[in-house]
Design a protein. Structure first.
Length: 245
């Protein structure tokens, strides 16, 4: 049943974001599907939502370019739910990381998240109701040596979540981070196609298998619901136990 609320899910053209977008649409939200540029993939997510009886629209915006993030901010001032899922990940030995990779990852994974929250929060405050969920990573707890900026950007985002959860608590707005472990999506298909690497990765996951994008949607759905109203400022790992190993 529709709930007259609007949810933006960044990076929902594919992967975890797509699973979350489809779930929130089933929960009754009108969903803004977002992607960086693969418009066909974003439209595919929107079609799936519509075929399930939901409402969706598509927005494209490259969040490594902060002028594009600023344009997106102008279009999302009426959202009730913000899922900050889009991210960029480079794998480079730390001494070789060029500044361009630093800025792109920080722009997309941290600064854009802050800007989008800044843009959406006034409407949430007015309604005395809002939900912000950032998507982090198990790498906040277990940083990969060759993904230093990526893992640092996720840790920065979670620190922001903690700060904002306190500052927005009295406004009926909850702010949480969901940190996935290894989830089988486009970004790791190639790496995991190497059987030796795949075995090493699987052996590092206590439950003994990779997650699917759908493994991340239930917790996001709960956090966005009225049942989630007493959960704020949390970092919730969805990682088969990897963060505590
Ligand atoms: P994915 O399958 O690689 O999809 C990435 C999504 O982000 C796509 O919708 C893509 O849009 C969008 N995107 C990429 N670059 C962007 C940019 N510069 N500006 C705006 N949007 C951009 O990703 P995923 O594996 O589902 O990951 C989703 C989230 O979970 C990310 O925050 C990631 O860090 C986190 N995570 C994933 C894993 C994992 O194992 N998969 C583990 C830990 C954390 P286009 O389709 O247009 O390119």
């Amino acid at each position: 049943m529709k709930n007259n609320k609007i949810a933006l899910v960044t990076g929902s053209s594919r992967g975890i974001g797509r699973a979350i977008a489809i779930r929130l649409a089933k929960d009754g939200y009108k969903v803004i599907v977002h992607g960086a540029g693969r418009i066909e993939k974003a439209k595919e997510t929107a079609e799936i939502i519509k075929n399930n009886g939901g409402e969706a629209e598509v927005i494209i915006s490259d969040l490594t370019d902060l002028s594009k993030t600023a344009e997106l901010c102008e279009k999302i001032k009426n959202v009730d739910v913000l899922i900050l899922n889009a991210s960029l990940q480079y794998r480079t030995p730390w001494q070789e990381i060029p500044q361009k990779e630093c800025f792109e990852q920080l722009n997309c994974n941290f600064i854009s998240s802050l800007m989008l929250i800044q843009a959406a929060v006034d409407n949430m405050k007015q309604n005395k109701w809002g939900r912000v969920v950032t998507i982090g990573s198990v790498q906040e707890a277990k940083p990969h040596p060759d993904m230093l900026v990526y893992s640092a950007s996720k840790a920065a985002q979670t620190n922001m979540v903690q700060s904002l959860s306190l500052q927005l608590a009295k406004d009926g707005i909850t702010v949480n981070n969901v940190a996935p472990g290894v989830i089988y999506t486009d970004r790791n298909v190639e790496a995991l196609s190497d059987p030796e690497y795949a075995k090493k990765v699987t052996d590092s996951i206590p439950v003994g298998f990779y997650g699917e994008p759908q493994d991340c949607e239930g917790i996001v759905s709960l956090l966005c619901s009225d049942e989630g109203r007493y959960i704020t400022g949390q970092n919730i790992f969805v990682d088969g136990g990897k963060s505590v190993q």
